[in-house]
Design a protein. Structure first.
Length: 134
């Protein structure tokens, strides 16, 4: 049953294929969430290490100096920068997964509604024919 709606691209899946596609995208989204949590944990660990080193640095006289040293240490740490970049990329990937998942759910809902409408139209046609004695 091909579906075309003005303003929307044609749907590529049969109704029966949507649950599996939705599940696959939901799993991909969960995987993104897991990786994001791991990256955030690694970033927090890197920040904690720098904060610990700065806290015991006797050369630093006040909070402003400690904050500046912390910021400089994190900016110059290639591992920290790599983790931040990965987090940004993975956050964008997660947003794409979320959008795709919502799109699949909405497409499935539209297809179900259109199928119901087609069935209703057929039943209405049969009932009208019966009333006219056809």
């Amino acid at each position: 049953f091909p579906v075309t709606i003005q303003g929307f691209k044609p749907m590529k899946l049969q109704l029966s294929a949507y649950p599996a596609a939705i599940e696959q995208n939901a799993m991909r989204l969960a995987e993104c969430d897991r990786h994001i949590a791991e990256l955030k944990q690694a970033i927090e660990l890197a920040e904690a290490k720098v904060n610990l080193a700065v806290a015991f640095d006797q050369e630093l006289k006040n909070d402003t100096q400690r904050k500046a040293r912390t910021a400089n240490a994190l900016l110059t740490d290639p591992n920290y920068q790599k983790l931040q970049t990965q987090l940004l990329q993975l956050t964008a990937t997660r947003a794409e997964c979320q959008a795709k998942l919502e799109c699949l759910r909405n497409e499935m809902s539209i297809l179900k509604l259109e199928l119901r409408q087609a069935i209703a139209n057929q039943l209405t046609g049969v009932e009208a024919g019966e009333l006219l004695g056809v």
